[in-house]
Design a protein around this ligand. Structure first.
Ligand code: ZN
Length: 381
């Protein structure tokens, strides 16, 4: 298998991954031992997870259960959104509180690409998007971006550089769509008004803005036929507008989180990776405050850690993905109300200082055997 770290492309957004990630079989005991070092009482810790519903998240959940000796409380909804209205029930189910948030992204070691994952249970064990929810949310934005990239054309006419822009892209009063920062693309008069040189049936011809010429270079305008701007339509040249129904922590929460960052996401080398990272960052920032304010957590020890689950497709002979956790940030609260946060570097260092040995981890097979051989309980009806 190729070295994952070596094949990573640093995304344009999000957070560093290289030298930050750890496999779940090492992360889970380190997290458990960190909890103990914070004074968490073994056997009295209630872990919870805010993970996507994807079955690829099962292995991390099993590792949490094994090391903490209990199945983790479900604290999340699809896409890795924290269900903050479940803080109360979570607090009631244990003495010391652990919350793990992770957005996730697939990784296929064969093609060395992010955003895809092999589904062994499908008829031909084919690959599909991962995170599927992130992929679904991104699709509309990527389509709009592709359209814009193909409908802004650079050329020369009568020896003058020109830029041809689709009529819809020129309209700024749309409620939905990709909206250009036109001043970065076309020349305007001194009051900022557009000055088309000529009208076409579905587009207008403009003089390019000097910043566009500087960025693209002279040769970009010298094609025999008009050349699309394509991937040279950069994140600072546009933004998106879309009416997304308002529903806190509902099906559109992920899209609300991401829309502001979509130019950065759709232009990144690995959009689903960048989107998952940004979602983790937003969810940590949003959730941290809800924990601070949550009455049910008052007087309790709380550890909230957020990061990214990278699901490496199972190889032949493997039942589970080789999931790696990339820590982003953590919030630590003591029972006297004192709290602090750890940024990525100090969080990784803190975890790396912990032992990977956990003599208190449970033997899952034995636990299941104990249940199978337990005396029958008859219900009194
Ligand atoms: Zn997912």
């Amino acid at each position: 298998m190729p070295d994952l770290a070596a094949s990573l492309v640093e995304p344009t957004g999000g957070f560093p991954i290289q030298n930050m990630m750890m496999r779940y079989n090492l992360f889970a005991p380190r997290l458990y031992n960190w909890c103990k070092s914070l004074g968490f009482n073994p056997g009295k810790i209630m872990p919870s997870r805010a993970f996507c519903s994807d079955e690829s998240q099962g292995y991390p959940i099993i590792m949490i259960a094994k090391h903490f000796g209990t199945f983790p409380f479900n604290h999340g909804v699809v896409g890795g959104i924290v269900a903050t209205d479940r803080h109360g029930p979570h607090a009631a189910h244990g003495q010391d509180m652990l919350i793990i948030q992770a957005s996730h992204v697939g990784y296929d070691p064969e093609t060395e690409t992010f955003g895809t994952y092999r589904r062994a249970q499908t008829t031909r064990a084919e690959c599909s998007p991962n995170c599927g929810k992130v992929h679904q949310v991104l699709a509309w934005y990527q389509n709009e971006y592709d359209f814009a990239g193909h409908n802004i054309l650079l050329h020369k006419e009568d020896g003058r550089k020109i830029v041809i822009v689709d009529n819809q892209l020129l309209r700024e009063d749309r409620s939905d769509g990709l909206l250009l920062h036109l001043e970065k693309l076309v020349s305007t008069d001194d009051r900022g008004r557009l000055m088309p040189l000529r009208m076409l049936s579905t587009a207008k011809i403009h003089t390019p803005a000097q910043t566009l010429v500087d960025r693209m270079g002279e040769s970009a305008f010298n094609g025999i036929t008009p050349q699309i701007i394509g991937a040279n339509l950069l994140a600072d040249m546009f933004h998106f507008r879309r009416n997304i129904p308002q529903m806190e922590e509902g099906v559109h929460h992920l899209e609300h989180n991401l829309i502001r960052y979509m130019p950065q996401i759709v232009t990144s080398a690995a959009p689903t990776l960048t989107a998952a990272q940004i979602n983790t960052q937003i969810e940590f920032d949003r959730t941290f405050r809800t924990i601070v304010k949550e009455h049910a957590y008052k007087g309790k020890k709380v550890l909230f850690i957020a990061g990214l689950n990278v699901d490496i497709s199972p190889q032949p002979g493997q039942l589970f993905p080789l999931t790696k956790f990339v820590p982003w940030a953590a919030y630590v609260q003591d029972s006297d109300g004192y709290y602090y946060t750890l940024e990525q570097q100090e969080l990784v260092e803190t975890l790396l200082q912990q032992s990977t040995e956990n003599p208190e981890q449970i033997d899952m097979e034995m636990a299941i055997e104990t249940m199978a051989s337990a005396a029958e309980v008859k219900f009194k009806l």
